[in-house]
Design a protein around this ligand. Structure first.
Ligand SMILES: Cc1cc2nc3c(=O)[nH]c(=O)nc-3n(C[C@H](O)[C@H](O)[C@H](O)COP(=O)(O)O)c2cc1C
Length: 173
C-alpha cells in the first residue's frame, strides 16, 4: 500500500476486539518509532509499552483506552530535549508526536486500529507509571484490532476543512 492510501485508511478506533497484538507486529510498530526523526537527533522520548491486564487497568485510572489490548505511553524527556535558543521553545512535544504518528501509521499498515489519546490525567498517569520528574507523558497510543467497520477512505472531503483553507502559497491569505 502506498503512503497516501495508508494515511487515508487510518481512522481513530474507539472499539476493539479482545485479540492481542502479535509480538512481531508490536516490534514493527516500535521499529517505526525508533527511526523517527527528532530535533538535533537528541531523541528525548521514552516509550512505555503496556499490555498486561494490571498495567492497562492502572493506565485506565488516568485515561479511557476504549478496551484496547495495548497502549504505548509516549513520554518527553525534558532533560534531553532540544531548546531553540531564540525563544527557549523546547521541541519535545513535537518529537514525541512524530514518533506517535510513525507508530500509528505503521499500525494501520499492519491492519491494526489505533487511537491517539491526550485526554488523560497527567498526574494520575505519571504516578501510575512511577515516572521521574523529567519525564512527561505527552501522548498515549492505544492499539488493537478494530471492532467494527473500516472508515471510508474518501471521508476527508466531509471531515476536513477544504485544502484551500489549510494551505496558502507564498503568504497567508
Ligand atoms: C493530539 C491529538 C489528541 C487526541 N486526543 C484524543 C483523545 O484523548 N481521545 C480520543 O478519543 N481521540 C483523541 N484524538 C483523536 C482525534 O479526535 C481524531 O484524530 C480526529 O477527530 C480525527 O478523526 P480520525 O482520527 O478518525 O481521522 C486525538 C488526536 C490527536 C492528533
Amino acid at each position: 500500500m502506498n503512503f497516501i492510501s495508508i494515511a487515508k485508511q487510518r481512522r481513530s478506533v474507539r472499539s476493539y476486539t479482545e485479540r492481542k497484538v502479535e509480538p512481531e507486529k508490536l516490534d514493527q510498530i516500535l521499529e517505526a518509532a525508533h527511526v523517527a526523526p527528532t530535533a538535533a537527533n537528541l531523541q528525548p522520548v521514552r516509550l512505555i509499552v503496556v499490555q498486561s491486564e494490571e498495567g492497562l487497568a492502572k493506565i485506565g485510572t488516568a485515561a479511557e483506552l476504549y478496551g484496547a489490548p495495548l497502549a504505548v505511553i509516549v513520554c518527553a524527556d525534558h532533560e534531553k530535549a532540544w531548546v531553540r535558543p531564540f525563544d527557549q521553545k523546547q521541541t519535545s512535544d513535537i518529537d514525541a508526536s512524530i514518533i506517535t504518528d510513525h507508530m500509528m501509521l505503521q499500525a494501520t499498515e499492519l491492519g491494526l486500529g489505533s487511537v491517539w489519546i491526550c485526554y488523560f490525567k497527567p498526574d494520575v498517569l505519571s504516578k501510575a507509571l512511577s515516572l521521574p520528574e523529567n519525564l512527561e507523558p505527552v501522548n498515549i497510543l492505544a492499539i488493537g484490532y478494530a471492532d467494527g467497520e473500516t472508515a471510508d477512505p474518501d471521508r476527508f472531503d466531509k471531515e476536513r476543512i477544504p485544502i484551500e483553507h489549510l494551505v496558502s502559497y507564498e503568504s497567508l491569505r
